[in-house]
Design a binder for this molecule. Sequence first.
Ligand code: TRP
Length: 334
Amino acid sequence: MTSATLTKPRVMSGMRPTGGLHLGHLVGVLTQWANFCDTAEAYFEIADLHAYTTGFEDPQAIRDARNEMVAVWLAAGVDPRKATIFLQSAVPEIAELHTLLSMIVPVSWLERVPTYKGQIDALGSEIATYGFLGYPLLQLCDIAIVRGERVPVGRDQVAHLELGREVVRRFNHLYGDGAEVLVEPHPTLTEFAEVPGSDGRKMSKSYDNAILIADSEEVTTKKVRAYFTDPQKLRRNDPGRPEVCPIFALWKFVNPLKLDGIAAECRSGALGCVADKSDFAEQLNAYLRPVREKLAIYRDDPVQVERIIAEGTARTRAIASAVLADVKRAMRLL
Ligand code: TRP
């Protein structure tokens, strides 16, 4: 068998348009998405309906974040000629599938997904809507509507996919008549899940510790200067511990060739944090420069971004309507 006859796996993933994409998204997620454009048949979704689960009070923010997020995807190398980028709310088949599957999903299955209670504890009981309870089911529908098999996600999403597989099995068992009408999705864990922010915690927009893709070089340099380092390295010549230093962790992504040298000089006390940070800020800006340049081009061309989304959404709907028809047929609705 030649490589041309091997079918590529169907990869599907999505992101909520909440704004503020940062270095963690770039090295942890988008680089991988860009690779999947070549190695997989890839679908990437703007999960705008999911954004309403926690952001329903500010619909304009969701609307504004949509094109900006896609512009960052494109700037990071997601190639719309190879992958399909689509808008969740413009694929009504997803919402219909969600209604159909909701009939067979016990509420207790959704209540025991850890993010359900976890997010309510973190954000307050106002977010505990009917739609929020169904978040992981809607996520399954995003994936199942394009027959996604592999789903690149972070660790926090693994429980959602587990719920999704249980629902698929229940559906196939009840209505499949021996056939696999829906496909079980499996996570592909994103390799560099943990990118530290300026306070040493995971980089996240909500912690206000992130270096944004959209930041200027000046702001980036300022943020690097404000980064946490080894708290025991007080003076320039104190020996440091690279293994606890967030800046050292970031070097891995920006210039892995320098890691050994920096580790040795930090440990010996030859390298101070101020000098390391200024060297790092320069290299980080150089690393981000091509992405930022492309981002500026896509921002200046909203018509092109809209067209990419519209074309991908149309392609998605063609598959989605076929899958939905299979589901309805299995449920004796057609
Ligand atoms: N829940 C995902 C997150 O917060 C986003 C998402 C929505 C998603 N639909 C998806 C991810 C489908 C993978 C597949 O990160």
